[in-house]
Design a protein around this ligand. Structure first.
Ligand code: BDR
Ligand code: CA
Length: 308
């Protein structure tokens, strides 16, 4: 039986690859894709998702979310993802359209109508997921788990303390992390080990076919920012959250208590991970620390072959 999932994303290079990995997997049944503002504006991340899905020949309900986080102005990341949010490959206009529902309405519909519990895979800010939980509390029971990309136990990437997705909407993250729903957190501790080197990009390009070439071109662009930062490869953040649902043995996790900092002057948006169990509080998150990188790369190479 395939695992029914909804992917909530802000494409974004690594989001786009996360989507392609999910749709290629025979383990997953992607019921819907919902869009959040983050890497770029809502309009751009929606447009990018539709373009990627249409280019890959995938047809699934897609719904847009809000233009901004719950209580704050939007932060975007053109330094990493370019002006379009998905700079690099030249993609044709999409022949898909977003559905009439809003993201939270589509999530609610899918969850309500499903016989099985749904796994949510958020790879952007947690705005839509928090809003869904606030607006449809009766559906919480039908969420199997949340496998998200966000946060870090040790050090941030958008401030010294905070990772981008959590920093964009800390109040939303706080609601999600306090929800009681089981959470697997693929934060920077693991995603900075999910490195894609030049030779891995060439393996993907050599698969041939338009999707493989697009993924290689996405990775070429994504590499520029990370090389300038001193990385030896690009950290492929968002696909980690998908890869864990496909095969949990690919990540090594530790169950820990995690709170979200929503007020700190220097630490806003930090995921405060009680690594040494100082607080003796309920352990609410499986925090990922390690990845079988070789197997992760093999998984990506196999995924792009699916589209040929
Ligand atoms: C996260 O921020 C975004 O730029 C990426 O898509 C990823 O979800 C990494 O911090
Ligand atoms: Ca993302």
């Amino acid at each position: 039986m395939r695992i029914p999932v909804i992917i909530d994303c802000d494409p974004g290079h690594d989001d786009a690859i996360a989507l392609l990995l999910a749709f290629a997997s025979e383990k997953l049944d992607v019921k819907a894709v919902t869009i959040v503002a983050g890497n770029q504006t809502q309009e751009k991340t929606l447009n990018n998702a539709l373009k990627v899905l249409s280019f890959a020949g995938v047809n699934v309900p897609v719904a847009k979310g809000d233009d901004k986080p719950l209580m704050r102005d939007l932060i975007i990341a053109p330094e990493v993802h370019g002006d379009s949010g998905l700079d690099g490959p030249e993609l044709p206009e999409s022949n898909l359209k977003a559905c009439d529902m809003l993201a939270i309405e589509l999530i609610a519909k899918v969850v309500r109508e499903s016989d099985k519990k749904i796994t949510l895979i958020p790879t952007g800010a947690l705005t839509n997921i928090a809003k869904f939980l606030l607006c449809y509390p009766e559906l919480k029971e039908k969420i199997e788990r949340i496998s998200l990309m966000g946060g870090a136990c040790f050090g941030g990437n958008w401030s010294p303390a905070a990772e981008f997705n959590i920093l964009v909407d800390p109040e939303a993250a706080d609601i999600v992390f306090k929800s009681g729903i089981p959470i697997t957190m693929s934060g920077l501790d693991v995603t900075h080990k999910a490195l894609i080197y030049d030779e891995d990009v060439e393996r993907i390009r050599n698969v041939g076919g338009k999707v493989a070439v697009m993924v290689a071109e996405l990775l070429d662009f994504f590499a520029k920012f990370h090389m300038d930062m001193g990385f030896k490869g690009s950290p492929l953040h968002d696909p980690c959250a998908v890869a864990w649902v496909i095969d949990p043995s690919i990540l090594t996790t530790k169950k820990l208590h995690v709170d979200i900092e929503t007020k700190g002057e220097h630490t806003l948006g930090a995921t405060v991970v009680d690594y040494y169990d100082v607080l003796k509080k309920e352990k609410n998150v499986d925090v990922a620390f390690d990845i079988d990188r070789e197997r992760f790369v093999d998984m990506l190479v196999e995924a792009v072959k699916y589209y040929n």
